[in-house]
Design a protein around this ligand. Structure first.
Ligand code: 13P
Length: 259
């Protein structure tokens, strides 16, 4: 694997602080020796501080699931990038399809959010992916091109090198219908080519993850695909043992590549 694999669990709107503490206390010892794998949990705002405190000194980073594009302002109910970095949050998921679908997140706001995240020292995970209808119409590449170009539009080559893009086909999210290895590899290689168009030197460094019905059973095959640098895991990440088994799958590939 050319890049350090990255396994991120997106809890979505799950877990109170007490539930989050139970999860992390079971999870941390399980991933203690997963050398060569970057690991993150993407948690609700109310869990951030507790998870930052509980994971300090471990390999597990803590990400938020969204933020506003402005650093401050009259935006009732919103959270800014400086508010996240102040409490030592490491990164943020941006443009998840659920935010695009249910909360009218636009590509325009996202291109600003990417800049704002970097300005605050946060690592963004930019989510992209097509609907089932778009795939059936043959519009997958057009959708991905638009989303990736808008998301990266205002970044410097150095920032693009530090970006993580998560390819999450919407029809695979929460459905149990995981993309086939061919579909995942093809779309992710296309995303990497789009990154290369924008910043040739950065493309080999930027990470591209697969997300959508990843489980401990299908992770080994998906993670072994040449252009796949890790996984953004939803449902399976709610169980610490399942998330740890997906991290194990990545660690085993790293160990096999080194031997
Ligand atoms: P599932 O793993 O539940 O399909 O969710 C994927 C996802 O949306 C991660 O961000």
């Amino acid at each position: 694997m050319a890049r350090t694999p990255f396994i991120a669990g997106n809890w979505k709107m799950h877990k109170t602080v007490a539930e989050a503490e139970d999860h992390i206390q079971a999870f941390l010892p399980r991933v203690y020796s997963a050398d060569g794998v970057d690991v993150a949990i993407c948690v609700p705002y109310t869990d951030l501080q507790a998870m930052v405190d509980s994971t300090r000194g471990s390999r597990v980073e803590v990400f938020a699931q969204n933020m506003h594009e402005a650093p401050h302002g009259a935006f009732t109910g919103e959270i800014s990038a400086p508010m996240l970095s102040e409490i030592d949050v490491h990164g943020v998921v941006l443009g998840h399809s659920e935010r695009r679908q249910y909360f009218n997140e636009t590509d325009k706001a996202l291109s600003q959010k990417m800049v704002t995240a970097f300005d605050a020292g946060l690592k963004p995970i930019l989510c992209v992916g097509e609907t089932e209808e778009e795939r059936e119409r043959g519009d997958t590449e057009r959708k991905l091109r638009h989303q990736v170009q808008e998301g990266l539009e205002r970044l410097t080559p150095e920032q693009i090198a530090a970006v993580t893009v998560a390819y999450e086909p919407i029809w695979a999210i929460g459905t149990g219908r995981v993309a086939t290895p061919e579909q995942a590899q093809e779309a992710i290689a296309f995303v990497r080519a789009l990154i290369e168009d924008k910043a040739p030197a950065a493309a080999p460094l930027a990470r591209v993850l697969y997300g959508g019905s990843v489980t401990p059973d299908n992770a080994p095959e998906l993670l072994a695909l040449p252009d796949v640098d890790g996984a953004l895991v939803g449902g399976a990440s709610l169980d610490p043992e399942n998330l740890a088994r997906i991290v194990d799958a990545a660690a085993q590939l790293v160990a096999a590549a080194a031997s």
